[in-house]
Design a protein around this ligand. Sequence first.
Ligand SMILES: NC(=O)c1ccc[n+]([C@@H]2O[C@H](COP(=O)([O-])OP(=O)(O)OC[C@H]3O[C@@H](n4cnc5c(N)ncnc54)[C@H](O)[C@@H]3O)[C@@H](O)[C@H]2O)c1
Length: 357
Amino acid sequence: MLTAGPAADAPGHDSSAAAEAPGHGFRRAAVIGAGLMGRGIAAVLASGGLDVILCDTEPDTVREAVAAARSRPAPAGGRGEISGSADLARAVQRADLVVEAVVEDLAVKQEVFAAVSAATPDAVLATNTSVLPVTAIAARAQGPGRVLGTHWWNPPDLIPVVEVIPGRLTAATVTERVISLLGYLGKTPVRVRRDVAGFIGNRLQHALWREAITLVADGICDAETADLVARNTVGLRLARMGPIENADYVGLDLTLAIHDAVLPALSAGREPSPLLRALVRRGELGAKTGHGFLPWGPGTRDTAARELAAHVQAQRPSGATRCCAALPAPPLPAPPSSGQSPSGTTQHSTPPRGSPE
Ligand SMILES: NC(=O)c1ccc[n+]([C@@H]2O[C@H](COP(=O)([O-])OP(=O)(O)OC[C@H]3O[C@@H](n4cnc5c(N)ncnc54)[C@H](O)[C@@H]3O)[C@@H](O)[C@H]2O)c1
């Protein structure tokens, strides 16, 4: 163990509180992979009273992740202990829930599930894979009935939805228990009915990214313009009106006419864009190397992370800072007839309802 003990900013936290497990029954979690997602997921689990051990192959990453997870705001009632270990078997031995958040590599994840399942015979095992089928990740696990996908989005403490993906062999009781935990944590768990690559959210997201990259590769616009148009057209509407409701809203006859005309022109590529491959080959990986489609000067990645978190936070129902606040969609405010609020400020909260162009 590298560290153990109550979180410094949770005075009065009594680890025996974890003994009074709520309905979902989870008390102790291990999060394997203490990078960007692992440390955020650990903070949310701890905010729900679970004692959490963060585990990574890199001891420095474990130390940094424990400090980062402890630095997140804790709920008023305190939170579970957050500790760390670079020893996988020790990290999981007392856990009743293990969340895997290592690199997005099927072979590495299969190896982790083989090792974790051998070290803990009864724990529920969840993968945070972004797109890989859960059944494939569970292929070498002992007891694949306890393996499922819980796809958290970044930043995990702010994005409400967690996709829950049962694999082909996952026991129904395991899925229900995890859904119960996520609800308890204030998340919006969404059940994915079939274990398909990309689940729901990343299929939607990467259909858009593929088209954006194609527009740039084909010289229709530059990278800045593709993002500017996406952010200031569909991007403004999406948080209020999803694509299915928007299709209904503008009329399915119009949607059909548009699809007849535009779908043959859209990218149907089954492979990543050659432009994307070339950038990666040249080591132009984006923010982490200083250049990708766009230039990323010193400090711009941190600024982008801060601005993104503030933007997501501002769109949440109450702008609450508590980890995993309740997340029902807020009712739409009644549109003021003059476009002015009682205080005279212009209302921007409701995106314009309009055509799909
Ligand atoms: N970054 C995102 O926006 C995002 C969003 C949702 C889901 N995910 C998924 O979450 C997972 C983690 O992504 P991330 O962005 O946190 O990655 P990351 O690179 O920040 O962290 C991964 C960590 O896993 C560790 N690791 C690698 N192999 C390991 C092993 N065998 N045992 C223990 N630790 C190991 C690495 O040292 C690293 O610290 C991936 O499957 C990714 O697809 C990422």
